[in-house]
Design a binder for this molecule. Structure first.
Ligand code: C2E
Ligand code: CA
Ligand code: CA
Ligand code: CA
Length: 278
């Protein structure tokens, strides 16, 4: 092996220590966060593109930590996955989201689909389907009102187990949606192999439909392809009215984004629901 001088280590060592210290500190905080009830779900409406009528709601996780303030998922989900903490955290998300959806249904007398993000590590855990069953049973929510959002990362492994669990969930009437479509490795074949109900067009495409002809063409092609395979389409990241007109023209089923509403904590979302109950 190549000899490395002492100076190389003394140069890198302090930085490394700092990073791993921060990591360890975050991990130990995360271990207590469930118990201390520091997690919170924010809710963002998914509406019918033409009418703006409420279709569903996506649950988005936030972590309120006294020392760190509000931590966004991109900052802590990767560590939660690495440490396996995503499993108990994900169970909490499922239960909380199903309970909230049942509450809205009782409040409005309408069926509202709740979309829950599931990371690969959580999905592959042997207890995953039981956790889904428990959340549905405890809340009383009908299976067709729960939509699990997964990414291409999950099905890349091409495993028989993954396919079997997806089919099992599908047979039980639970909805499956393919999140962030277009950002990953997009081997289109899996759209016909796996029982997806919904495809979510990543916001990087939605955001450019009025700026670039290429993005507009891509979005149009994705919508047509999804429809011909019998899938519904949700456009993510809709921020401007002009985008809603484009999406309506192209027949995109549902839309989600700041134009309609930002993700909101439960009390604010309940208020939003009262004034938008159509
Ligand atoms: P995602 O599933 O793609 O969620 C959509 C993200 O886009 C959310 O970010 C949302 O706040 C943001 N967004 C919504 N509308 C707009 C818009 O019009 N413009 C822009 N610029 N952004 C918009 P958020 O809440 O920070 O979540 C980030 C990611 O963290 C999510 O991406 C999802 O992959 C992950 N995540 C969130 N909650 C959970 C969870 O409970 N479990 C797991 N495993 N992952 C989660
Ligand atoms: Ca999502
Ligand atoms: Ca299905
Ligand atoms: Ca997404």
């Amino acid at each position: 092996a190549k000899h490395r001088g002492k100076s190389a280590y003394s140069h890198f060592a302090p930085e490394m220590t700092e990073v791993s210290h921060e990591r360890l500190q975050m991990e130990s905080r995360m271990r207590r966060a469930l118990e201390l009830q520091e997690f919170e779900l924010y809710y963002q409406p998914i509406v019918e593109t033409g009418s703006g009528r409420l279709h569903g709601v996506e649950a988005l996780l936030r972590w309120n930590n006294p020392a760190m303030g509000m931590v966004m998922p991109d900052r802590f989900i990767p560590l939660a996955e690495e440490t396996g903490l995503i499993i108990p955290i994900g169970e909490w998300v499922l239960e909380e989201a199903c309970r909230a959806a049942m509450g809205w249904q009782q409040e409005t007398g309408r069926e509202i689909v709740i979309s829950v993000n599931v990371s690969p590590r959580q999905f592959r855990d042997p207890g995953f389907t039981d956790a889904v069953t428990r959340a549905l049973e405890r809340s009383g929510l009908a299976p067709h009102l729960l939509e699990l959002e997964i990414t291409e990362r999950l099905i890349l492994d091409n495993s028989i187990e993954t396919a079997e669990i997806l089919r099992q969930l599908d047979r039980r009437g639970i909805k499956l949606s393919l999140d962030d479509f277009g950002t990953g490795y997009s081997a289109l074949g899996y759209l016909k192999t796996y029982p997806f109900d919904t495809l979510k067009i990543d916001r990087s495409f939605t955001q450019d439909v009025m700026k670039e002809q290429e993005s507009a063409s891509l979005v149009r092609a994705i919508i047509n392809m999804a429809h011909s395979l019998g899938l519904k389409v949700i456009a993510e990241g809709v921020e401007e009215e002009a985008q809603t007109h484009f999406l309506q023209r192209e027949g995109c089923d549902y839309s989600q984004g700041y134009f309609y509403s930002r993700p909101q904590p439960a009390p604010e979302f309940d208020q939003w629901l009262k004034t938008n109950r159509r």
